[in-house]
Design a protein around this ligand. Structure first.
Ligand code: NAD
Length: 295
């Protein structure tokens, strides 16, 4: 196994995957960006549009045009075998255990043994992710939880499992530090790790309190913004940034991973307002807006 990361693959070209790929390319490292195959004539349209989004991002591009030239786009039906050329595979697909597990089963047959593989999951314990995988896969597997937007957030939460080879984690961490400028915090393999164990709880409490108090979104964000340490977005703006559709997935994932007597269950009250907005098509900045409307 080489200890150098010279080519990266990111699977999932959504909010996080596109941002992670952009950061890798900005560091001058070639990256393969894959998503599901589209139904139209361009089967790699999702990844293609993600690259365009990164280059056009306002107020500043997330990726330079030059860096965009380092991104090879594709889809997991036609291009999955290309992961064999990659030293690090970052999985950033939807926060669903079944989807992640079936992708890993496919990756197991095509990736190069010794290549690092990591998940950007927000909540799912590593032990669950690797259930049913080979010893070789588990030895190369860890969690790298990036923060949104990856371009600006320096924190990287890393979870290694009991069977993760230390040299694999060291290789990924050295790259994340030197090429991507990350500051690494090691977390234990618990549901939500550190950040989302606290973060999901805190967002839940804040949204429920704002609704109980009858605050407008602007009022809640004025109070829950700078005074409470979320200066750029406030809490509702943060949910728009994260994606409203991720919220129920986080709740569901945490709810199914926590021990039955964990007091956190009581806080996982369904955010009915968020569910209603998702049903109406308001999923946040990645769509046509959320609590704050775009246009
Ligand atoms: P997203 O919905 O924006 O994007 C997910 C992408 O994955 C979509 O483009 C979808 O088409 C693709 N996808 C789904 N199944 C796939 C498959 N089998 N193969 C390839 N692509 C597939 O989601 P996101 O917000 O970017 O979240 C991705 C992961 O990152 C999740 O695990 C999430 O919990 C985590 N995360 C999200 C944030 C955030 O702020 N949004 C922050 C940290 C971590």
């Amino acid at each position: 196994m080489g200890d150098r990361i010279g080519r990266v693959c990111v699977i999932g070209a959504g909010v996080m995957g596109a941002g992670i790929a952009a950061q890798v390319a900005n560091a001058g490292v070639p990256v393969l960006l894959l998503d599901v195959a589209g139904e139209g004539p361009d089967r790699s349209a999702i990844a293609r549009e993600a690259v365009a989004r990164m280059v056009k991002a306002e107020p500043a591009p997330f990726m330079s045009k030059q860096a965009a030239g380092l991104v090879e786009i594709g889809n997991i039906e036609d291009d999955l075998t290309k992961v064999a050329l990659c030293d690090w595979i970052v999985e950033a697909v939807v926060e669903r255990l079944d989807v992640k597990q079936s992708l890993y089963a496919r990756l197991e047959t095509v990736r190069r043994p010794g290549s690092a593989i990591s998940s950007n999951t927000s909540t799912i314990p590593l032990a669950k992710l690797v259930e049913g995988r080979s010893e070789a896969f588990v030895a190369d597997f860890l969690i790298t939880h990036f923060f949104n937007p990856p371009r600006y957030m320096r924190l990287l939460e890393v979870v290694s499992g009991p069977k993760t080879r230390p040299e694999v984690a060291a290789k990924v961490e050295a790259f994340a530090d030197r090429a991507m400028g990350k500051r690494i915090v090691h977390a234990k393999d618990r549901p939500g790790f550190i950040a989302n164990r606290i973060g999901t709880y805190w967002i839940q409490v804040a949204v429920n309190a704002a609704m109980d108090l009858g605050l407008t979104v602007e009022e809640a964000d004025a109070i829950g913004g700078r005074p409470m340490g979320v200066p750029k977005t406030g809490i509702f703006g943060l949910i728009d940034l994260v994606g409203l559709d991720l919220m129920p997935l986080l709740q569901k994932s945490l709810g199914s991973s926590l021990a039955p007597d964990d007091p956190f269950h009581a806080s996982l009250r369904t955010l009915q307002l968020v569910e209603k907005m998702i049903a109406e098509g308001h999923i946040g900045r990645k769509g046509k807006g959320g609590f704050y409307r775009i246009n």
